[in-house]
Write a protein that binds this ligand. Structure first.
Ligand code: SF4
Length: 354
């Protein structure tokens, strides 16, 4: 490998929603005897999912697979209303770790459908977020992925609203918006698009480095929508060699010159560290920060109540006042640190030293 330098796009990796969901499941693992159940992969990253499996989490695709009374977490991608109801009927503790930005789109779908709109939802067929969101008003929603899909729609005979999966790339979204505006001049859209800040920020940061790099390495899983979107952004920026890798073993041997590195919103920082070790640049990696990302999502409400109860019970048992469990403390602890502390490094030899 003859890599001269590595440009590290910032921000990259875990977003606020993923941070919240991982820390929430880590709490569940500590509070309950295994197994703890999780509806769908907590995030789209195999390393993170495998870590939780080792800690006794069972991932299911149907709530019916969860034994009555067992603790259950619903993933960050958001769940259909009937899934949430079925989970609550199961009788165990249910923590819904849906990202607040996905919840906002669920709400928009329900509200617009309730007002008689046909909702065009721009998303990827079969993606968990899209499935859960469209289930809010299935009769009113039409999934569109391309401009042609918009052109091919039968006239709905109702007002039309346009909403989106949060993790689309700007390019996936903008062509469809233009087509929808042409086709439905009175189109309703939210004041700000549904594309989330984390997706947009990671794409903006990558654009800043991809055009000047000889190669781009995007770390993240194949089923991670925002990771795949990053590869498209790098190609559109003109980078001749773009690779999506799950980890260091998939980095090609023949990279040289300047390599830009980023990570999707569900990829842990330890993987970034491992990939840089594999690239072995001649000089220390250079961080290229374009945006300071300050967003933070507190733990899900059900979990906050659960933690308060557990802490109070433990304090009563030892006769001591309950320790503070404030948002500031939660915020100070990253999901990568929590995962690391639970069971050691995710990647062999990783030190959390970046
Ligand atoms: S990518 Fe955006 S919408 Fe998805 S979990 Fe992260 S913050 Fe939430």
């Amino acid at each position: 490998m003859g890599v001269d330098r590595v440009l590290l796009a910032e921000p990259r990796g875990f977003c606020a929603g993923v941070e919240m969901a991982i820390k929430a499941l880590a709490w569940m693992v500590r509070v309950f005897e295994p197994p703890v159940y999780c509806y769908h992969e907590i995030v789209h990253n195999q390393l993170v999912v495998d870590r939780f499996r080792r800690l006794g989490v069972v991932f299911v695709d149907e709530v019916a697979e969860v034994p009555p009374g067992a603790p259950l977490m619903l993933s960050a991608h958001g769940s259909a209303p009937e899934v949430v109801e079925a989970a609550r009927r199961g009788g165990g503790v249910v923590v819904n770790a849906v990202c607040p930005l996905v919840t906002k789109v669920h709400h928009e779908v329900k509200t617009r459908a309730g007002k008689g709109y046909t909702v065009l939802y721009v998303g990827h067929e079969g993606h968990e977020e899209a499935v859960g969101t469209m289930a809010e008003a299935p009769a009113a929603v039409r999934l569109v992925e391309t401009e042609d899909d918009v052109e091919d729609l039968a006239d709905p005979g109702t007002p039309v609203a346009l909403l989106a999966q949060t993790t689309l790339s700007h390019d996936e979204w903008s062509g469809v918006v233009d087509a929808a505006r042409r086709r439905f001049p009175d189109l309703w859209m939210p004041g700000r698009s549904d594309l989330c800040f984390a997706t947009t920020n990671r794409q903006t940061a990558l654009k800043a480095v991809a055009g000047t790099a000889d190669a781009v390495v995007v770390i993240g899983s194949e089923n991670s929508s925002n990771t795949v979107a990053l590869t498209k952004v790098a190609r559109a920026a003109g980078c001749p060699r773009v690779y999506r890798v799950d980890g260091p073993d998939e980095v090609p041997d023949d990279l040289s010159g300047t390599v830009a590195v980023t990570a999707g919103a569900s990829a842990p920082e330890e993987l970034v560290e491992a990939v840089i070790q594999r690239l072995a640049p001649r000089i220390p990696p250079e961080r290229v920060a374009v945006i300071d990302e300050e967003e933070y999502f507190p733990p899900p409400r059900e979990l906050r109540e659960l933690v308060r109860a557990v802490v109070a019970a433990a304090s009563l048992a030892v006769g001591a006042p309950p320790p503070p469990t404030t948002p500031a403390e939660d915020r100070a602890l990253s999901a990568s640190q929590v995962l690391h502390a639970l069971d050691g490094p995710l990647v062999d030899g990783a030190t959390m030293g970046l």
